[in-house]
Ligand binder design. Structure first.
Ligand SMILES: [Zn+2]
Ligand SMILES: [Zn+2]
Length: 169
C-alpha cells in the first residue's frame, strides 16, 4: 500500500471536526478513518476527544486510512489496528467499571486469563507491545485468539499476521 505524508496545523482550540476537515483538505475526500496513539478519532464526544487531544502535540502523526472493505490486505499492521477498533466493540466487557491494570483508572474493562483486566482504551497499545498476541499480564501466558476475540474474520487475520511476523523474529 502506498503511503504519503502531509502536514497541517489545526487552529487553536480545534475540535474533532477540524481534524476531519484537515484530512479532507489534504486528501480531497472525507472517506477516511483517523487514528492517533493507537486510538481512533471518530465522532467521539467532546470529553473523549479532549482525552485524545492530550496525545496530539506538534509533530504528532495522525494515521489516516481510506475506508474500504476488509479484504486481501487485511494482514498489514495498520489494518489490524483499525479492525481492532471494531473488534473492541464486539468484545464483552465487565458489567461494572473496574480498575485497569495498565492505566489504573476505573473504566469499562475487558477481562481475560488470571483476572487480567485491561480497559478498552489501553488495549490497543498493549496489543501492539505484545506483538499482536494477547498475553496475560499475570501469568504471561499467550492466549489463543479465540479466547479473547469474537469475530472469526478478525481472528483469521490476526493468525495470518502473526504467521507473517514470525518470519521476522
Ligand atoms: Zn486502562
Ligand atoms: Zn494468566
Amino acid at each position: 500500500m502506498k503511503g504519503s505524508k502531509h502536514s497541517g496545523q489545526p487552529k487553536e482550540g480545534y475540535t474533532v471536526n477540524d481534524i476531519k476537515q484537515l484530512v479532507k483538505d489534504k486528501f480531497s475526500s472525507d472517506n477516511f478513518r483517523r487514528m492517533v496513539n493507537g486510538q481512533e478519532i471518530q465522532d467521539n464526544g467532546p470529553v473523549k476527544f479532549a482525552e485524545l487531544k492530550k496525545f496530539i502535540h506538534s509533530n504528532t502523526a495522525i494515521y489516516v486510512r481510506q475506508r474500504m472493505n476488509i479484504g486481501s490486505d487485511m494482514e498489514s499492521h495498520n489494518t489490524i489496528l483499525f479492525a481492532l477498533q471494531d473488534e473492541l466493540r464486539e468484545m464483552s466487557t465487565q458489567s461494572i467499571d473496574s480498575k485497569c491494570m495498565i492505566c489504573a483508572e476505573k473504566k469499562q474493562c475487558l477481562k481475560f486469563c488470571c483476572k487480567s483486566i485491561i480497559c478498552t482504551e489501553c488495549f490497543p497499545n498493549y496489543f501492539i507491545q505484545h506483538r499482536y498476541k494477547p498475553t496475560c499480564l499475570i501469568c504471561h501466558e499467550v492466549l489463543v485468539p479465540e479466547t479473547c476475540f469474537k469475530t472469526s474474520q478478525f481472528i483469521r487475520s490476526l493468525v495470518q499476521l502473526n504467521k507473517r511476523l514470525s518470519h521476522y523474529i
